[in-house]
Design a protein. Structure first.
Length: 157
């Protein structure tokens, strides 16, 4: 998963000027996507205040799958709110089949949302170290190893 270098800022909290500048750049990022139509535009009162971030796709490796699950866990409180600041996104893509991620409200009433701050904290953590949840990633590696072992043994029999 690649991140815009302007969004990087280690795990320390972004200072407010940098955070606001990053938020301004992120808000409405979907308008700059090539050959993209976002079906939620008509559902949202303020689509220009939202950003779309992708976490994984059909062919993602274990690390991206694990990090995507950790990101979803961190954003879950914002997904489950009555007036959510995070929405799950699942988009078809000609090259990779599908790509999943989130729409995150960047601004609410002119202020940067907690949801966007949380996501930026995650981006900072990923800049410092590529694994968000060691236990989950290790479990995925172990399960994949067992599956691969079973496949290898079955082909020898």
């Amino acid at each position: 998963m690649k991140h815009n270098t302007k969004q990087r800022n280690s795990h320390r909290e972004c200072d407010s000027v940098e955070l606001v500048e990053t938020a301004k750049e992120a808000a409405g990022n979907w308008r700059r996507f090539e050959s993209f139509g976002w079906s939620r535009i008509g559902e949202l009162d303020d689509p220009e205040n939202w950003t779309i971030v992708y976490t994984h796709h059909r062919d993602s490796r274990l690390l991206d799958q694990s990090n995507a699950a950790a990101i979803e866990d961190a954003l879950r409180p914002f997904l489950e709110a009555d007036d959510p600041d995070v929405l799950e996104e699942h988009h078809g893509h000609w090259a990779c089949g599908w790509i999943d991620g989130f729409a995150i409200r960047v601004f609410r009433e002119g202020k940067v949302t907690r949801a966007f701050r949380t996501y930026m904290d995650i981006v900072g953590r990923l800049d410092d170290y590529p694994v968000l949840d060691e236990e989950d990633y290790s479990r995925r590696e172990y399960e994949a190893t067992l599956e691969n072992f079973d496949d290898a043994v079955a082909s020898v029999r």
